[in-house]
Ligand binder design. Structure first.
Ligand code: P6P
Length: 358
C-alpha cells in the first residue's frame, strides 16, 4: 500500500476531513465546523507571528471574567474564533475563556454544535515570542436549549438561538447545554503556534497531527494515531508554587529528584504554556501538572475548554488525564469557567502522582 503512494502524495486537513465524512465518522456539519476552526487557527497563527510588527503585543487594557489582564491578542483571537464559527452556520452555542457567558449564535441554521475554546492560551508568552496555542472542544448539539429559545420566540422564528444575554432564562439553558462532562466530547484539538504551527485533532478515532505548510497555507498530515509513551522522565510543573502545595504533593515532587534505579533523575521542562508543554509530553512522554495550592484551591486551569479537551486527546493517545483522584472526563462541570487541578500525560506518570495523593 505504502509503495503505491507517490512520494508527492500528501494529505491535507481538508482532504482528511472529507475522508472521515465519507467514512461516516463525522457528518457534514462537523466537517464544516472543524474546517472553520482550522481557518481561525491559520489566521491566529499569522497574527501571532507578526504581533510585534502589527503592534499586537501588550495588554488590551481590560480584564476578563477570570480577572486576568486581557492581552490585545486575547481579544483579537477570540473575535477571529467566534467569527469563523458563526460564519460556519453550524455552531449553535459557543463558550470561550474570553466570554463571561456562553453565546448562542444567531446564524446557526444547521448542526448547532456546541464549541468550547480558549482562543489563545499562554498569551502572557506572546511578547517574548514563546509558544502559545488555541484549544477547542466540540459537543453534540443540545436542541433542548435552542428549542426553548424558539418557544420563547412563540415558535415564529426558525430554530435559531438568540444571544443568551438578552433572555436570562435562555442564558441559563445555554449554560446547561454547554456544561457537559468531557466524556461527551465528539472532537477536541489544539493549534500550537511555535517553531512550527501544529494542528492536533481527535474525532474519537485516534490523534492526528497536521503541520502548517506556509508555502500554500494548508495543514498537512504529518503524524497518524499518535501514541504517548507509557512512561517518561520529563515533568512540567511550576515548582515556584512548591511551598503552597500539600505535603503529599511535595513528597511526589521530591521523589522525582531521586536518581532511582536508572541512576537518572527526571528532567524539568516548563514553558508556561499548556499547549507547548502538553504537545511535548504527548510526543516524548512524561507529565504536565497544575495542582491546587493554598492560593488556588482548585488549581488554575479551566475544566471545560482546557482540561477536558486535552484529556480527551491524551486518552485517545493512550495516556491519562486526572484531577489527582478521578478521570477529568468524568467530571460534570457546574459552571463555565470552573477550575480543576490537572495531571496529564503518560499513564505510569499520572498513576504515580495519584498514588502519592491518595
Ligand atoms: P503559571 C497560561 O496562563 C496557563 O493557563 C497555561 O497555559 C500554563 O501552563 C499555565 O497557565 C502557567 O501558569 O502560574 O505557571 O504561570
Amino acid at each position: 500500500e505504502a509503495s503505491k503512494k507517490s512520494s508527492y502524495e500528501i494529505t491535507t486537513l481538508t482532504t482528511w476531513l472529507l475522508k472521515q465524512e465519507q467514512a461516516g465518522t463525522i457528518d457534514g456539519e462537523m466537517t464544516i465546523v472543524l474546517a472553520s476552526i482550522s481557518t481561525a487557527c491559520k489566521q491566529i497563527a499569522s497574527l501571532v507571528q507578526r504581533a510585534p510588527i502589527s503592534n499586537l503585543t501588550g495588554v488590551q487594557g481590560a480584564v476578563n471574567v477570570q480577572g486576568e489582564d486581557q492581552k490585545k491578542l486575547d481579544v483579537v483571537s477570540n473575535e477571529v474564533f467566534s467569527n469563523c464559527l458563526k460564519s460556519s452556520g453550524r455552531t449553535g452555542v459557543i463558550a470561550s475563556e474570553e466570554e463571561d457567558v456562553p453565546v448562542a449564535v444567531e446564524e446557526s441554521y444547521s448542526g448547532n454544535y456546541i464549541v468550547v475554546f480558549d482562543p489563545l492560551d499562554g498569551s502572557s508568552n506572546i511578547d517574548a515570542a514563546v509558544s502559545t496555542g488555541s484549544i477547542f472542544g466540540i459537543y453534540s448539539p443540545n436542541d433542548e436549549c435552542l428549542a426553548d429559545i424558539a418557544d420563547d420566540q412563540n415558535n415564529e422564528t426558525p430554530l435559531s438561538a438568540r444571544v443568551c444575554l438578552q433572555l436570562d432564562q435562555v442564558e441559563q439553558r445555554c449554560i446547561v447545554s454547554v456544561c457537559q462532562p468531557g466524556s461527551n466530547l465528539l472532537a477536541a484539538g489544539y493549534c500550537m503556534y511555535s517553531s512550527s504551527v501544529i494542528f492536533v485533532l481527535t474525532i474519537g478515532t485516534g490523534v492526528y497531527v497536521f503541520t502548517l505548510d506556509p508555502m500554500y497555507g494548508e495543514f498537512v498530515l504529518t503524524q497518524e494515531k499518535v501514541q504517548i509513551p507509557k512512561a517518561g522522565k520529563i515533568y512540567a510543573f511550576n515548582e515556584g508554587n512548591y511551598a503552597l502545595w500539600d505535603d503529599k504533593l511535595k513528597s511526589y515532587m521530591d521523589s522525582l529528584k531521586e536518581p532511582g534505579p536508572s541512576g537518572k533523575p527526571y528532567s524539568a521542562r516548563y514553558i508556561g504554556s499548556l499547549v507547548g508543554d502538553f504537545h511535548r509530553t504527548l510526543l516524548y512522554g512524561g507529565i504536565y501538572g497544575y495542582p491546587r495550592d493554598q492560593k488556588s484551591k482548585n488549581g488554575k486551569l479551566r475544566l471545560l475548554y482546557e482540561c477536558a479537551p486535552m484529556s480527551f486527546i491524551v486518552e485517545q493517545a493512550g495516556g491519562k488525564g486526572s484531577d489527582g483522584h478521578q478521570r477529568i472526563l468524568d467530571i460534570m462541570p457546574t459552571e463555565i469557567h470552573q477550575r480543576v487541578p490537572l495531571y496529564i500525560g503518560s499513564v505510569e506518570e499520572v498513576e504515580k502522582v495519584e498514588k502519592f495523593l491518595a
